[in-house]
Structures are given as C-alpha cells and as structure tokens.
Design a binder for this molecule. Structure first.
Ligand code: AMP
Ligand code: GLY
Length: 414
C-alpha cells in the first residue's frame, strides 16, 4: 500500500509514524514534509497541488491522507483533485471543508441542523459590529476565514473589542471578510475527533489542548502548547450527550446538505452549564492533539483510512488503549508573535518519550529549530500521573536557546 501524507508539522509526523506501524506496512511519502518526516517517508518532488496530484497518479498512490487544512480549500481543493484523478483521499472536498474555512458557513450549518452553539450575528462593518455587541461584554469576535488560529478575539471590554475591530476593518490584517459577533460561552473545553465515512462515524479518543502560551492559561493564544488525551477525559454520560446532540446530527446534516465527507472531523466544544456546545469545526485532526492521541491508537490505521476513503467504514480496524497520553510542546524564542530558527537542539538522544517534530531542520549531525512550535514530547501511561510526570521529565531533558514550555500541561483544567 502506497500512502502520501500531506503536511509538514508534528501532527503529520505523528500520523506518519502511526501509519508506518500499521500491520500492512505501507510505503510512505510526504509533501511538503520535513527533515524528520523524511526519516520515515520519502519526499514527493513537486512544487504545488496540481503537480502533487499528477505525481500521485503516475506513482499509483493508493491513498492520500490530508493532514493540514490549507490544501483542502486551496485551488480546486486537494480531495476534489484526488477524486478527479481517481485517488482515494482521506480528507473532505472543498465544499465540505467550508465548515472550517468559513465561520459563517459553520454557524449557519449548526443553526440549520439544531446543533447547540453560541448565538451569533454576521456583520460587514465596525458600526454593525458595535450594534450587534450592544454593550454586552465579554463578547467574542471571529473573522470569517482562515486566519491561522489568530482570527478569534475574546473581548472582556469595549477597549479590546475596538482594538480587534480596528485590526479587522481598518488594518485589514486578514484581508477582506465579514465578522461574526458571538455570544460568550463558559465552561471547560474539549476536543472531540470523529472519523467520518459518509453516513457512518467513529468517535476517537477525546483530548484537550492548551492554547495559551504561559502557565495558568496566561499570555497570548498560540497554535497549542500541549495536550492531554484519554477516554477518561469525559465521563460516559457526557460523551453520550456529545454523540447524540452534536456528532450524530453533524454527520446526518452533512449528508442532508449533500456535503460528502470522508476524513477526520474535529469538534471544538465547550461544556457549558446548558450542555455541550460547538465552538468550531476543523476538517482535520487537531495539532497538538494528534500527537497525544496517536500513541494511544492500536490496530491498522492505514487500512482504516484506505477503506474509509473508498467509502467502506471499518471501525473494527482501530481501537484506543485505556490509558493517558500527555504532550508537551517546546516552542522557539519569540513564539507566537514571531519565531526563531537556527538554534541548536540538544538532549534529544536521551529522551524516553515519543518525539514529534513540529518545526525543525537537520543541519549536519544536529537538529535546529525552524519554526514557532519546534517539538512535541509525548508520554503515555496507565494513569494520568504516570503520563504527565514522564512527559514533563523527558521534555525537561531537551534544550535550545529561548525555549518556551508550559509546566502545567495535564495538571491544570483536568
Ligand atoms: P476558535 O479559533 O474558534 O477555536 O477559538 C479560539 C478560542 O477562543 C477557543 O478555544 C475558546 O477558548 C475561545 N472561544 C471561541 N468562541 C468562544 C465563545 N463563544 N465563548 C467563549 N470563548 C470562545
Ligand atoms: N489544537 C487546535 C487546532 O488544531 O486547531
């Protein structure tokens, strides 16, 4: 089985390692990939999406696995191009990926199918936004488009709302687009992942990520500074409610709306006092949640994804072990405002944990930083305590100039 994995970060590194461990022993390829990924997958020598699909066709690739969201909505869409070329793709077509790419599309979908979510209003101007906010703080402002995780502002007061409105409508930081003014919700957050194959789905191991840069959930929002994953993160009754009120109606809604879906679907949820509500959909696995979840997966992920991409749902092919998994992210100096490259990483060889590379480069015999998030250090254990003690201890063995890491991952908010 020949599999091409599309992406270059820690999520794709974790996916590739898990695919490689599948009993069918697939041959792996990756684009754009990374030096760490190329230790287990061969590079695909192309420059863009069209060349990529041509290459996959010529090489008779059996399965394309979409890691990153950007390719799903770029040009004609990765999955659409794969479909035209007859290549099974695990990852949805461009039309369905609007669930992630457009906050307004997602909100209308949620409302139409009666799926619990915060009330929201779409606006075109700063004045319309002020009217929609109506002096009610905190409020949540969301730019309607892909903004690399930076398009959402939770505003405690008028000053912070005005600052964000100016970024959107005056500086046009994310380009042209509308804005959603959304009701402020409260409660713990949880990331739920489903593997969707048309009308069928399997809920995978739940996780939660830590979005703020600093301990105690202080500092700016990031792509994620760590994650914890376990079946035990939510009790059976909560998981049943999430399935019944959110996951099942979402999958049924996609089908009703004629939106084909084969791939991972990520539900960002808030467990509010009125029950679980959807904060966002992502049409892919979470990062760094994927790095935490993959080491718990048992079975044959490669055959599971291939069957799913071909329209055959085979949930019996994968399971998740009962324990816990904890992922600590090591970020480079300046992250998230900027990032620092070229710092030499030391201590990697001494660690007894899974190491996934988010942003590194191989230079001679050394690994160097090459991005904001640099490494994901992941440990599993039978108990939460074992997993988090090991993850933090092993993460502590690695160093580079300007390293940033949270010390409360899997301790806070459990
Ligand atoms: P998003 O990019 O949609 O995942 O939003 C980023 C973060 O903003 C979420 O993880 C939440 O912590 C927060 N957030 C988003 N929507 C709301 C909301 N309606 N109420 C409170 N917090 C929110
Ligand atoms: N961990 C959040 C995300 O992948 O969007």
């Amino acid at each position: 089985m020949k599999i091409a994995v599309i992406g270059k970060g820690g999520r794709e590194h974790a996916l590739i390692e898990t695919l490689a461990a599948s009993p069918v022993q697939p041959q792996l390829f990756s684009f754009p990939g990374s030096d760490a990924i190329f230790q287990i997958a061969r590079p695909i020598p192309v420059k863009d999406l069209h060349e990529l699909v041509e290459w996959m066709k010529t090489q008779k690739i059996d399965l394309c696995v979409a890691g990153e969201e950007s390719y799903l909505v770029k040009d004609e869409g990765l999955a659409n191009l794969c479909a035209a070329a007859g290549i099974p793709c695990w990852g949805p077509c461009k039309e369905s990926a609007q669930l992630e790419a457009s906050k307004e599309f997602a909100k209308q979908f949620l409302m139409r199918h009666g799926i619990p979510t915060g009330q929201a209003q779409a606006v075109n101007t700063a004045d319309e936004a002020r009217t929609a906010i109506g002096g009610q703080y905190p409020t949540v402002l969301k730019f309607d488009g892909l903004a690399a995780g930076k398009g959402v502002a939770v505003c405690p007061d008028e000053a912070s709302a005005e600052a964000f409105l100016s970024e959107i409508f005056v500086q046009k930081r994310f380009g042209e687009g509308r804005l959603l003014v959304e009701e402020f919700l409260t409660g713990p957050e949880i990331s739920i992942f489903a593997a969707v194959c048309d009308k069928c789905y399997l809920i995978l191991c739940p996780a939660r990520d830590y979005k703020r840069l600093k301990d105690g959930d202080e500092g700016p929002n990031t792509g994620g500074m760590g994650a914890v994953a376990s079946r035990q993160l939510a009790d059976a009754a909560t998981l049943e409610e999430i399935d019944r009120t959110i996951v099942a109606p979402t999958v049924a809604g996609l089908s009703k709306d004629g939106l084909p879906y084969r791939g991972f679907l990520y539900f960002g949820l808030m467990l509010t006092p009125d029950g679980p509500k959807v904060i966002e959909y992502n049409c892919r696995f979470g990062d760094p949640e994927c790095e935490a979840v993959m080491p718990l997966l048992r079975g044959d992920l490669a055959s599971f994804c291939l069957a799913g991409a071909q329209g055959t749902f085979r949930p019996e092919l994968i399971t998740f072990s009962e324990g816990w998994s904890v992922c600590c992210i090591l970020a480079s100096a300046g992250y998230p405002a900027s990032s620092h490259s070229g710092d030499t990483i030391s201590g990697l060889e001494n660690t007894r944990a899974h190491i996934f590379h988010c942003g590194t480069r191989r230079v001679g015999d050394t690994w160097q930083t090459a991005g904001g998030r640099v490494l994901a250090v992941v440990a599993t254990g039978d108990t939460l305590d074992n997993a988090r003690t090991l993850a933090h201890r092993e993460a502590g063995k690695i160093s580079f100039d300007g390293l940033q890491r949270r010390s409360d991952i899997a301790y806070k908010n459990i």
